[in-house]
Write a protein that binds this ligand. Structure first.
Ligand code: ADP
Ligand code: F6P
Length: 324
């Protein structure tokens, strides 16, 4: 028989992402509308273990839908990866009368949610990461804002790069996943894209491409380099020496993780937040919300974590032909 849910909690975990606040607001207000009590757990699993737990009312989430970051703060917590930490987390939930938890984060955070569920605390995951690297869903909270922020910044670098007839290496976020780099590569018309998924990265090929593009009359050469490849500054020095073309590196960094969420991030995060609250209120557990084929859906966390996601070879390949 499904557990009776009276009180739910919400936390954000791992890297923050614009739109997390919209999701928190939706979880809180949807659960309140279903007659439940709602609590916020500060600083992810670290805050859970420190019992940083607050009551949330409708007015607690006023004026946040448009704000980047997360009002609950976020953290990474090693202690929670241990069985003792997880047991302690479940006991703290019980002590505070928390029957279910909405976890907004990435795959790592979902593993924590899976553990809490196995210890009797109902959990629902919401995909929150600018990296888009969660296999069960075509949408993750924050990706749309992050790629738009990066795209605007790259446009600006391109202006000066063209004026000076330079090569620019622009490093975008994505330690393990190249979705931001791929999307910016297409959106900014980059001449080259370097992705962590493509380990066959060949600097001589880049050098040849720059020289050939010069011969074709191109005034700039934009290389989008994902953080997972990195080393943009030393790469710029080597490329300048090999091509004779002035080359500069720009590392966009954490600016990509902040800022006011786009309309898409607000709408999708709000829908996922409400969806997650509904699942918890209906007694569901160990589920993760996703967006697939135009619909909001949910999966068993175990199933979601076993799925794989790859960069589109077609989109990667067209970058070359479209930038000729
Ligand atoms: P993300 O959720 O963005 O993938 P992390 O991988 O850093 O980010 O995970 C966030 C947090 O989730 C970790 O700091 C840890 O507290 C928790 N977590 C990660 N992996 C596990 C695991 N295997 N078991 C329990 N908790 C985990
Ligand atoms: O949020 C995702 C991400 O930006 C990754 O692309 C990157 O590898 C990581 O977070 C860096 O996070 P931090 O600087 O907070 O450790």
């Amino acid at each position: 028989m499904a557990k009776n849910i009276e009180t739910i909690a919400v936390l954000t975990s791992g890297g923050d992402a614009p739109g997390m606040n919209a999701a928190i607001r939706a979880v809180v207000r949807q659960a309140l509308s279903r007659g439940k009590k709602v609590k916020g757990i500060k600083r992810g699993y670290a805050g859970l273990l420190q019992e940083e737990i607050i009551d949330l009312e409708a007015r607690s989430v006023s004026d946040i839908i448009q704000r980047g970051g997360t009002i609950l703060a976020t953290a990474r917590c090693k202690e929670f990866t241990t069985p003792e930490g997880q047991q302690q987390g479940a006991e703290i939930c019980r002590k505070h009368g928390i029957d279910g938890v909405v976890v907004i984060g990435g795959d790592g955070s979902f593993k924590g949610a899976q553990k809490l569920a196995s210890l009797g605390i109902n959990t629902i995951g919401i995909p929150g990461t600018i990296d888009l690297d969660i296999a069960c869903t075509e949408y993750t909270i924050g990706f749309d804002t992050a790629v738009n922020t990066a795209m605007d910044a790259i446009d600006k670098v391109r202006d000066t790069s063209t004026s000076h007839e330079r090569c620019s290496i622009i490093e975008v976020m994505g330690r393990g996943a190249g979705f931001i780099a791929l999307w910016c590569g297409i959106a900014n018309g980059a001449e080259d894209i370097l992705l962590p998924e493509k380990y066959d990265y060949d600097e001589q090929k880049l050098v040849n491409n720059i020289i050939n593009n010069r011969k074709r009359g191109k005034k700039h050469h934009i290389i989008i380099n994902a953080e997972g490849i990195g080393h943009s500054t030393s790469m710029a020095k080597r490329i300048e020496a090999a091509t004779g073309v002035e080359t500069r590196a720009t590392i966009l960094g954490h600016m990509q993780r902040g800022g006011s969420p786009t309309c898409k991030d607000r709408v999708y995060a709000s829908t996922m937040g409400a969806f997650a609250a509904d699942l918890l209120c209906d007694g569901k557990s160990n589920r993760v919300v996703g967006y697939r084929h135009g619909e909001f859906v949910d999966f068993d966390i175990d199933e979601a974590l076993s799925m794989e996601k790859a960069i589109s070879e077609y989109q990667f390949n067209i970058c070359e032909s479209l930038s000729k």
